[in-house]
Design a protein around this ligand. Structure first.
Ligand SMILES: *[C@@H]1O[C@H](CO)[C@@H](O)[C@H](O)[C@H]1NC(C)=O
Length: 468
């Protein structure tokens, strides 16, 4: 093997090794290693004595922020501290040239330093094939660094849970996060899913209880990922835990947008709390979306378990600084709770979005209808009319609401010509929102078999929009 081949083949090294005076072996992740394995190695190292703060945001080795680089850091640190390589370059290579000030210090990159050391070793060992052994050995070992350890007995899971709880209570939230991830990963690798789920559930709850929303969300998502890996059915045991986690997401009154802010400090505070609210919403959304997907795949309805849609719709409505009624409605029409949806729309009427009230109601009813759900569409319309009588007496005079009322009656009958006439007569109201036209096309197809011009926009388009 030529030294050039060796250099390209062997990529060992990491930052921590460079200041080390005696020449040791460096290691880094093998290029091409899967992200999953890289993450498993990070998790393994971080929970086995490697100080992982340097790869946290703000840490000295955070940049470059790639899984590959972070894994390399951890893997190398683990290797160095465990002195596992005895037969490699440890005695026979002079590494002073790549120490600061040395003749080969520049270019000061891990790759160059590693290459120097590897090549020096190779040369000094008579360029035998055997001299490449460390390459084989290291890289193979490194790619599956955590696997060999898995075979060892894993301690009872409650020990971890108690220990990690203490770590959080001491305020080491991010350290605990890494440990939750890595320890649960070991159970996952050992196919012991229920213990992994116990650890992740506990971690998500404890982090959220301490107000660490993004750590909690991270673990909550991992919890759902693990449900998927375990192929756990969408049953009450799993759902109860999801419900429990959901309730721990903070609900903070969002300051009204048009609040009277008189000085810069107020403006800044307002911006900060809006930013935090957006993060919370983003974090909860990632968690519940994953849960909806899991529920759809493992035994729930094809569009996801209704209650999960209700949770997400509700949180988006009460917590999101930017109300997006379309997005909220897409969840609520799948939530099988038209009463709550109706109350929400009535509540929305009081929130001063002039001209949006009837539009939000029309969209909601049409969404139900486009899914073929006549019952909830009718229920919703009746309920809103009843509840809105005192709050917004003009509502029933809206052209759009009149259209919806006629439409509901028309659909009870097999009356396509009437349906088409209504669409023409109320065109200007319907055209207020392109979505209404799309929904009406879907309704025409579902109720009267009218082919849509662009069928892809229908059912699947809707689901993509919802999840995207
Ligand atoms: C949580 O929110 C923060 C801030 O917006 C974001 O950086 C992070 O990626 C989010 N985490 C998840 C799991 O959504």
């Amino acid at each position: 093997m030529s030294s050039l081949q060796l250099l390209t083949l062997v990529l060992l090294v990491s930052t921590v090794a460079i200041p080390v005076v005696t020449c040791r072996q460096w290691c880094m992740a093998m290029p091409g290693t899967s992200d999953e394995q890289l993450q498993a190695n990070i998790d393994f190292g971080c929970s086995n004595g490697v100080d992982c703060t340097p790869i946290q945001p703000g840490g000295t080795c955070y940049v470059p922020n790639t899984l590959f680089d972070h894994a390399s850091y951890v893997m190398n640190a683990y290797y160095q501290s465990h002195g596992r390589i005895e037969d490699a370059c440890s005695q026979n290579v002079d590494c002073t040239p790549i120490q600061p000030g040395g003749t080969c210090y520049d270019p000061n990159t891990l790759l160059d330093h590693a290459s120097f050391a590897m090549n020096a070793y190779y040369q000094s060992h008579g360029r035998t094939e055997d001299a490449c052994r460390f390459e084989e050995e290291n890289i193979k070992t490194l790619r599956s660094m955590s696997r060999e350890r898995i075979k060892r007995e894993l301690p009872p899971v409650q020990e971890h849970i108690d220990k990690l709880r203490k770590v959080v209570e001491e305020g080491n939230y991010y350290g605990a996060l890494q440990m939750y991830k890595s320890i649960s990963a070991r159970y996952v690798t050992a196919q012991r899913f229920s213990e992994a789920l116990d650890i992740l559930f506990s971690g998500a709850c404890i982090e959220l209880e301490h107000g660490l929303v993004n750590c909690g969300a991270d673990l909550a998502i991992l919890f759902v990922d693990t449900l998927v890996k375990a192929k756990s059915p969408c049953n009450d045991e799993a759902l109860d835990r999801i419900r429990f986690i959901f309730k721990l997401f903070p609900r903070v009154p969002v300051p009204p947008h048009l609040v009277d802010v008189s000085d810069d400090e107020d403006v800044q505070n307002l911006q900060e709390s809006l930013g935090e609210a957006r993060s919370r919403v983003e974090n909860l959304t990632s968690f519940l979306r994953a849960a909806i997907k899991w529920s759809a795949e493992f035994g729930g309805p094809r569009t996801g378990y209704p209650e999960l849609h209700a949770m997400l719709g509700d949180y988006l409505y009460t917590e999101c600084p930017e109300l997006d009624m379309v997005r909220i409605s897409r969840h609520f029409v799948r939530a099988e709770d038209p009463e709550k949806f109706a109350s929400m729309l009535v509540n929305f009427m009081g929130r001063c979005y002039p001209g949006e009230d009837d539009l939000a109601i029309a969209r909601a009813v049409l969404m139900y209808l486009s899914m073929g759900n006549m019952k909830d569409a009718n229920f919703m319309m009746d309920e809103i009319k009843k509840q809105a009588e005192t709050k917004n007496p003009e509502l029933s005079e809206s052209d759009l609401i009149q259209f919806i009322s006629y439409l509901l009656e028309t659909l009870q009958r097999d009356a396509l010509p009437l349906f088409n006439m209504l669409r023409v007569k109320y065109k200007s109201s319907i055209d207020r929102d392109q979505l209404l036209n799309e929904l009406l096309d879907e309704i025409a197809e579902r109720f009267y078999g009218v082919q849509r011009k662009n069928p892809l926009q229908g059912m699947f388009g809707d689901i993509f929009k919802m999840m995207g």
